[in-house]
Design a binder for this molecule. Structure first.
Ligand code: NA7
Length: 533
């Protein structure tokens, strides 16, 4: 039951918390503690160990770029790294920079209150200790709170059930079992083909049909490995200078202005190449419905070609949203899996799940007997990881109250009324619309610079002004409405996947390059929009 005094408390030891620790400890010489609920570093990747869990950014982009030494010493093996390899990478980083002495594992922050009398944060752990810190930095990720839908009868189910984001470390044995998967987002699309390989029978419950592009994952060639090492600066600068944080640019050409035969050839080439570059083929896919339709129709045609049973193809291609309005999955043998004899697709949009029974899942027109149910139902994204910390700002204002109508955050970095609290990749920043490590490095470096400036100038407090926050949120909203992204009905970008959650488009769609410049301009303008005292 001790009180631990530190300069900065960082919550979470994934990509963001680890780098924030390194910057504050080694560059600013601050006394820093990191509290992490997992038993090891890894953040999102510590929990997401479901079959097929793999990154959808390419490995050479999905890494830190702050250290050339680190990039030269580490070697990825595949184009799209799997969860285990990403954890090995983060452990390698923790060892190289000796991060573990500052990280307390298996510990959760259960509340954090700002004490205005001393200008410090008081954060309690589930072990009964209190951290007292001038700065509170949340590094809790955007997708760290599992969304298990409240389906009546789950408690009565006699088999086992799992959520993909809380996967047992020892794995799950599907051999010979009747398995049901609910959800066909990025996660379901990754897990379904792998589970089908061993399950006795797999039944997939699909509410919304989804697009997916082949990942074309493969081991990295020696030539490519060398290319990446030799072009460290060039690759870093591309990821930092573009809209999406990836190691490639969105092509500066319009789908609509490209002749149909040329456009078709481009789509074919990128389909063969695989991965997110398909989405970057034209600059109007996310802003113009007609342009988007050209990509959507191309993908739907490809899906139909893969599926033997036309009735199954109908269900898989009955897609109700523009391509990439939801996070576009990439896959390995996803659609082909429905040609297997041991796989059944159930359309729960037209015959919804009514309840879970002792024996399995009952829809409005049938009952499916199951031994295992896998919820690939996503996350209460972006806000819940912060709200679950029970944070109270000045005058005892709970974050849940401040965000009753949706998240209010200036640049995704600070909430008005919550001084000296920084939210890495918070709502209102580009975060999940980019390659995350790039967004994370930018935020961590901005926060570090901001704290360094406060220390140098003797400021005790910094907080976002109400006015700047309101203006920024209006800008975030306008930017979102210039795109097709708000058109996806159940999107987690909108909070629409969780019943009762306020509908606010949370990530910033204006692009990483513009956002970065905006953050830099604010620093030059003496932290305009922030109140410092
Ligand atoms: P997503 O993308 O939120 O997908 C969740 C899936 O689960 C999606 O198909 C949902 O259907 C389905 N779902 C959610 N709730 C229900 C209920 N109540 N009944 C039936 N089906 C349901 O989560 P993922 O984990 O796949 O991906 C999240 C991100 O992780 C991903 O974008 C990458 O960035 C990494 P719906 O579409 O809502 O009809």
């Amino acid at each position: 039951m001790s009180v631990i005094q530190v300069d900065a408390l960082v919550i979470g030891a994934g990509f963001s918390g680890m780098y924030q620790l390194l910057c504050l400890r080694d560059k600013l010489n601050l006394n820093v503690a990191v509290v992490e609920r997992g038993a090891e570093v890894g953040g999102t990747w510590y929990w997401n160990r479901y079959p097929g869990a793999r990154c959808d950014s390419e490995s050479h982009a999905y890494q830190y770029y702050f250290s050339e030494d680190l990039a030269k010493e580490w070697q990825w093996t595949e184009r799209f790294p799997d969860h285990a390899e990403i954890r090995r990478y983060l452990n390698f980083v923790a060892d190289k920079f000796n991060l573990r002495p500052n990280i307390r594992f298996n510990t959760e922050i259960v509340s954090a209150k700002y004490d205005s009398t001393q200008d410090v944060w008081q954060a309690k752990t589930d072990q009964g200790d209190t951290y007292q810190a001038k700065y509170l930095i949340t590094a809790v990720g955007c997708l760290s709170t599992a969304n298990v839908p409240k389906i009546e009868g789950l408690d009565s189910f006699k088999g086992q059930w799992y959520h993909t984001g809380q996967w047992p470390h020892e794995g799950v044995d599907f051999r010979g079992k009747r398995v049901g998967v609910i959800g066909t987002g990025s996660t379901g699309i990754q897990a379904i083909p792998v589970i089908a390989e061993t399950a006795g029978h797999l039944t997939v419950f699909q509410r919304t049909a989804n697009y997916s592009i082949p990942a074309k994952n493969a081991p990295l060639t020696e030539e490519f490995k060398k290319y990446v090492k030799d072009h460290f600066e060039e690759i870093r600068d591309i990821t930092r200078g573009n809209t999406n944080g990836q190691a490639f640019y969105i092509k500066d050409r319009s789908a609509l202005e490209t002749p149909p035969d040329v456009r078709q050839r481009i789509y074919e080439e990128l389909w063969e190449k695989g991965g997110f570059q398909f989405r970057a083929s034209f600059n109007d896919l996310l802003s113009n419905k007609e342009a988007n339709d050209t990509a959507a129709q191309f993908i739907i045609h490809k899906i139909r070609q893969k599926i033997k049973d036309p009735a199954v193809a109908d269900i898989l291609t009955d897609i109700d949203h523009p391509f990439a309005a939801k996070r576009p999955p990439i896959d390995t043998n996803y659609f082909e899996t429905y040609n297997r004899d041991n796989v059944t697709l159930v359309d729960i949009r037209h015959a919804p799940i009514e309840r879970i029974t002792e024996r399995g899942i009952k829809t409005s027109d049938a009952e499916y007997d199951l031994d295992i149910i896998v919820f690939a139902t996503g996350f209460d994204a972006m806000t819940r990881p912060l709200l679950r910390l029970n944070i109270e700002g000045e005058n005892g204002l709970p974050l849940a109250e401040a965000w009753k109508a949706g998240p209010r955050n200036y640049l995704g970095l600070q909430v008005p009324g919550f001084p000296n609290m920084f939210t890495i990749t918070g709502p209102g920043s580009p975060s999940v619309l980019t390659n995350m490590p790039v967004a994370i490095e930018q935020h961590v470096e901005w926060i570090t610079q901001c704290i360094a400036d406060m220390q140098a100038k003797g400021f005790k407090k910094i907080e976002a002004s109400e006015e700047a926050t309101a203006n920024w949120l209006e800008h975030v909203n306008i930017a979102a409405n210039k795109t097709l992204l708000p058109l996806a009905k159940h999107s987690w970008y909108l909070g629409a996947n969780v019943p009762g959650k306020p509908r606010v488009f949370m990530p910033y769609t204006g692009g990483m390059a513009f956002y970065r410049k905006e953050c830099e301009a604010i620093v030059k303008d003496s932290y305009a929009g922030f109140l410092r005292s």
